[in-house]
Design a protein around this ligand. Sequence first.
Ligand code: UDP
Length: 203
Amino acid sequence: MEKINVLGVKVHRVTMSDAVNRVISFLENKQKSIVYTPNSEIIMECQTNEKLSLAMKEADLVIPDGIGIVLASKIIKKPLSERVTGIDLMEKILNYANEKGKSIFILGGRPGVAQKCGENILKRYPNIKLKGTHHGYFKGQHIGMENHSEEVQVLELINYLKPDILFVAFGAPKQELWIQRYKDELDAKLFMGVGGSVDVYAG
Ligand code: UDP
């Protein structure tokens, strides 16, 4: 799949239907996959934030959520197909998850938001298995797995529930850095940074 280099960040040149097909193939394959939807601020932040830049490099699908990126790609004469927003892609993923009875875990947002988001998703997509939800403001510091901070408990909970899809909504770049840090030890198939979309679904 073709990638366009936007200020050093490789963004996939995909239409929405390409992006959806790719996510479906991730979900049906056994290996873990990561999806990010950076906007231009995140591309700018990658210029100085090495960890974030590495997270983008190691992701399996990086789509341009932001008209700025699409415009930049036109200026460098490698036009991206279209703007594919994170929330639209999340909606398509939920639709597919509903068709196939896939399971999800929603992590992030203020207390109560992930749960409300999950309830609203289930109203529209009753066939989805909502394995769990948790807010994104952890108490305590994570210093190794022996420390039972709230964050460690969340990691353990996710690994116990083993969702097909883990939506992480801490806002960018926090969610990308968090996924990058924990992806190897977390048992989920698809990881996606969804930012404020949980607030939108929570209504
Ligand atoms: N958030 C969180 N933990 C944090 C910081 C933010 O769960 O430590 C949540 C916040 O409550 C909101 C989302 O992350 O639900 C950030 O949304 P925003 O619209 O700022 O992110 P964007 O979509 O712009 O990346």
